[in-house]
Structures are given as C-alpha cells and as structure tokens.
Design a protein around this ligand. Structure first.
Ligand code: F6R
Length: 608
C-alpha cells in the first residue's frame, strides 16, 4: 500500500535525511518505488526511482538536501507498472508543484483528457499526475490563489485519496486532503509531520491528530488548520497521545498482520468492486468463445480458481478445468490457439504458474490473468489482466487476496452469465447489486463471528486433526478453511466433498473428532444435513457455517458460525470462508504460534 509522508520544520536542516528516515518507517507496508520533493533555496527538487529505499539512496544522495519542507512517497503500483516515471511525487508542467497521493482517482482519464486538450503534458501513466496539472491549471489560467487552486482541484476528484501538495508558489505550506485513505498529523516542538500511518513519525512524537474524510489541512511550521472541504468551515481538533509501540502501530493496533488483513477484507473488496475494470468483460468474452478453458494457480490461489471453473461450467456450459500449477504439464497436449488459460496469483511470481503459462503461450493459448501485483512476471505474459487491488499482503497466509481472487472470478462469471443468456439483463442487474454489497456482507460476517471463532478455537486448539466438508461450489471453501488451519496452527486437517467422506475418510472419525461443514441454504443443503447426521452418529463434534436464520442445522451441530441471509446460492464462496479464516487465526494464537510467519512457508514461491 502506498505510504505518504510530509515534514515541515522551523529550522533549515538536512530535511532529506528526515524524509528518508520517515519513509523507511513505512517500508513494512510494501512498495516498489519511492520519491521525495524538497524545497531548497526556493527551488523544487524531485528525486525518485524504482526499487527499495536502500537501493535508491545508493544511486541518489537525498540525505544532504537541506530545507524546511519536504514530502515523500513509497508507491505500490496500481495505475502503470513500477518505474521511475510512475513513482511519486508528480509535478506540474512548470515543475513548481509536487503531489504525493495514496488511493485511486476514478475519473482521472476524463480529467487527463481535458487537461491535455488545454496543453498540459503528462509524463507518467498514473492517476495521480492529474492532480498537479489541475492545480497548475487553476493557479495559472484562472489566477486563483495557490490555496484556492489546490482546494478547487481536490473538489474535482472522484475516488479515494490522501494527498499532500507542496509548491514554490507557497513555499511555507503543506496542503493536504483526505477521503477514504488514511492521513494523520504528528506534532513535536521542531516539526510537524503528516503521514498515511503513525509509524512514519512515532520515534519523534506521540502527539497525533487523526484527519477525517473530506477534510482539507493547511500545515505551517508553527501549526495547522483543518477545514471541512465541503463547507470550508474550520474544525478544531486537539492532538491526542498514542501509547502504541512502533510494531503495534504498523499493525494498526492488531496483534498480527494476518488479523489486520482479515479485517481489511471489506475494504479491499470495496476497492475491487468500485474499479469496474474493463478487462473483466474482455476476459469473459474470450472465455465465452474459447474451445477449452483452463485455470492455473497454486495453493490458496488455486482454490479461488474453483469458483471460476464452476462458473464457466454453469454459465458458459463448457468443460473447464482448474489445474494445480505444478501439474500443468499433464494438460499441455490439450492446449492450442483455441484455448484460454487463466492464471490466478497474488504475487504474479509463483514459478510453477509462470512456467505453465509460458508453455501455454508458446502453444498459442490466450493468457488472461487475475493478479494482485501490478507489473509482475505473470502480467507481462498476459493478453489481459484483471487486477485485485487488494494492496500488499504481509501475513504469509493469504486472506484478503484470496477473497479478492474469488470475487474477481465471480465478476467474470457474472459477465459470462449475461453473455451466454444464463440470466437476462434484469437478473444480471440484481446480481450486480448484490455483488456490490459483498464488502458490507463480509464486514458483518467478521463482526458477527469473531467472538465465536475465539471460543471454538479454544476447543479446536487441543485437537490433532479435523475434517472440512462441503458440497458443490463450497468444496473450495472447505479446502481453503483446512489449508488455513494446517498452515498456521499445524493441526492436520483434510477437506473433502462431503459425499466423498463416506468412501474412506470417515474411518478416522471418533468421539469429539472435529468436522467443519459449510452449509449454505442452496441445492446442497439437504444432503449436507444427512452428512452432518452421519458424522454426529459416529461421535464427531460438528461445526456448521450456516445462514443466520438456519435453526435446523444450528440444532444439529455443536457450534455454528452465522452468515447474513441472501448469499447462499450466489456468491457464497465469499462470506462463508471468513469465519474459517478467523478460526484458523485464533487456533494458531491459542497454540502459541505466530500466524504471520508459519514455519517452512514463504510468501512467494519462486522455485519449482
Ligand atoms: C497460502 C498461500 C499460498 C499461495 C500460493 C500461491 O495461504 O498463501 O498457498 O496462495 O503460494 O501464491 P500466489 O498467489 O502469489 O501465486
């Protein structure tokens, strides 16, 4: 996730050193490039490049630059791949205005077109660059004061943002604004900081002012003023003292990144939903006409592809198959120019997946990928890319990117359903309405199940093994639930299609053996009930992930997790997995393990 920092200080010292130090404190958020803007002797100095901070400062000596005012940025690519040109800050044509931004400007194409028509020249592919040019336009062409030009420019933006602006046109100020992306102020006797996250300045001050949405802030070396961006009324907000240690602050107060990322899911799904990527339709159209469709991925990402495989079969009425990336070789003889291959990957760097799509491409297949990391290797082999927009994931066990991968598969599925006539326009619109509500549903699911997850985890933590069972599309949810439990709590858990459990695995079931059932009220409901009774009859302790009003299954199982109504048939793979993430997390913690760094595992597997 991009990191922003701004510093304004009373004395002219090596501010380059200060801004780099603050950016280093934001490194944990993940980034691919960085940059700073500093006003030195009435000149705006911009230094930026692709890479990690240590690599960049070896090439560009930023530390000795002195001045009183600076802004900096670590970038996690969303529009345009990681590169020097796309790194922030972005400047106006005259080089006098510098902007750093965290978030997504949804109307940037339109703004960019208008500004180009007025003669502005753009040097990057980013959405952010429109901001510096807009400000310049209002300042130079409409002769507004610099402050008014900044305010007017911000009011044109649609989307999410935390923005800091500095300029030689107003060399004693940092102007900031916030909507949906975080922004905080830190105060000490010599400096005022503004940052996307408290750790940026926590070693220098614990005095913090939290900014709210639709606020505009003017920061001077001796103070700050906050205004409501809509009414422009001034807001008084005194600082408070944070008691967090640096590590706690990086995790926004959560004890582990994994829990933070589980809680970030409503937000990352919201980011995905509102992007409305054009590539989704293009991917669906190519799948629709293809003869053969293969999904390819590893681990958690593989499980997300089972939604895709299922939806292509259901809506496109074609045989499609998900292949575990390391087994891709076995279907190579089926791949030609009439084949579509859909790799799904958080990192875009999983070697098994890369090798598979390389060979598929050589044999003429179209590669239509679903990836989180912009500009990663898989995206470079792809004919179309759908981005997850989930932000960096720090916990090794995938959570928020799994939900994002699954929602992307649903997104393509909906387009396929419309194309193939599986549902009409009215039904499509009604599905889209529900699709857009998924972030809210996931939020409610987290809130309603967290306490229960802790309770069940206390019991599960004493077990040696367990089963996760489901039918239909939610076999994937069972797979992912069992994998999460295995990889972070080291309890041996297996997942099966519930009907298959009778053909062998049930032999393991004895008194108090844990069996988790994913039991939405869809066409699998009655059969799942029978499977629960079979397990109960053998002494198992059963846990149901059920719809909130489902008293029938609630009365059959020992514990239940409750999902809001209306998401049983369509989209069920999104909310039904959430309690299982929480269960795995709290079980690992109860057993004394760190969920963020499971033994023997790496975040990105770049070997075969
Ligand atoms: C499990 C997990 C892994 C990854 C797998 C693929 O929690 O994170 O199973 O899903 O290694 O990684 P990506 O998605 O980067 O290709």
């Amino acid at each position: 996730m991009c990191g922003i920092v701004g510093i304004i200080q009373k004395n002219e010292t090596k501010i380059g050193e200060e801004i780099i130090h603050a950016l280093q404190k934001l490194e944990y958020r993940g980034y691919d490039s960085l940059g700073v803007a500093i006003i030195e002797d009435d000149k705006l100095i911009i230094q930026k490049d692709k890479g990690k901070i240590n690599e960049v400062i070896e090439k560009i000596d930023i530390a000795p630059i002195s001045g009183k005012i600076a802004i900096g940025h670590t970038r996690w690519a969303t529009h345009g791949p990681p590169s020097k040109i796309n790194a922030h800050p972005h400047v106006s044509c005259d080089g006098k205005i510098a902007v750093v931004h965290n978030g997504i400007i949804e109307n940037f194409q339109e703004l960019r077109r208008n500004l180009k028509e007025k003669g502005h020249t753009f040097s990057s592919e980013t959405d952010t660059e429109v901001i510096s040019h807009l400000i310049e336009d209002f300042f130079v062409n409409e002769h507004l004061s610099f402050r008014e030009a900044v305010i007017k420019a911000i009011k044109q933006l649609v989307g999410t943002y935390a923005i800091c602006v500095i300029s030689t046109n107003a060399p004693q100020r940092i102007y900031c604004a916030k909507k949906d992306s975080p922004l905080v102020i830190g105060l000490n006797s010599n400096r005022i900081f503004v940052a996307s996250d408290i750790p940026a300045f926590l070693d220098q001050t614990q005095q913090v002012v939290l900014l709210h949405d639709n606020e505009f802030v003017e920061i001077r070396s001796d103070g700050y003023n906050i205004f409501n961006l809509i009414s422009m009324e001034q807001i008084t907000r005194a600082p408070y003292t944070v008691s967090w240690k640096a590590e706690m602050a990086q995790k926004a107060g959560y004890p582990h990144f994994m829990l933070k990322e589980i809680h970030e899911q409503p937000n990352s799904l919201y980011n995905y939903v509102r992007m409305k990527q054009k590539s989704v339709k293009k991917v669906a159209e190519k799948i629709y006409v293809a003869e053969r469709i293969f999904f390819v991925a590893a681990g958690t990402a593989y499980y997300s592809t089972l939604t895709g495989e299922y939806l292509v079969r259901k809506f496109n009425k074609k045989l499609s198959q998900s292949i575990i990336a390391s087994e891709f070789e076995s279907i190579l003889n089926l791949i030609d120019e009439n084949t579509v291959v859909v790799p799904v990957s958080q990192s875009g760097e999983t070697m098994d997946t890369i090798l598979g799509i390389k060979k598929a491409k050589e044999q003429g297949a179209s590669i239509l990928s679903i990836v989180n990391v912009v500009g990663s290797t898989i995206t470079r082999y792809s004919d179309e890319v759908i981005y997850l927009h989930a932000g960096p994931e720090i916990g090794v066990a995938a959570t928020k990117t799994y939900l994002a991968q699954t929602i992307a598969n649903w997104d393509v599925g909906l387009e396929l359903g419309l194309l193939s006539g599986s549902f009409n326009k009215t039904e499509y619109e009604s599905h889209r309405k529900k699709f857009n509500q998924l972030p809210k549903i996931v939020k409610t699911t987290i809130t309603n199940n967290e306490v229960q997850a802790r309770t069940v985890a206390n019991w599960f933590s004493k077990k040696k093994s367990g089963f996760y069972l489901a039918r239909g599309i939610n076999v994937q949810t069972a797979n992912e639930g069992a994998l999460k439990m295995k990889e972070i709590s080291y309890i041996h858990c297996e997942s099966y299609p519930a009907g298959e459990s009778k053909h062998g695995p049930i032999a393991l079931v004895e008194k108090d053996f844990p069996v988790v059932f994913i039991a939405p009220k869809d066409h699998t409901y009655r059969l799942i009930q029978s499977n629960i009774m079979e397990m109960n009859a053998r002494g198992a302790s059963t846990i149901g992930v059920i719809e909130e009003n489902d008293d029938e299954i609630k009365n059959l199982v020992t514990w239940s997790f409750k999902i809001p109504q209306g998401y049983s048939e369509i989209f069920s793979t999104i909310p039904y997995v959430v309690p299982l993430q929480l269960l795995a997390y709290y079980t690992a913690v109860k057993r004394g393990y760190s969920p963020d760094k499971p033994r023997n595992l790496a975040k990105s597997v770049t070997v075969l």
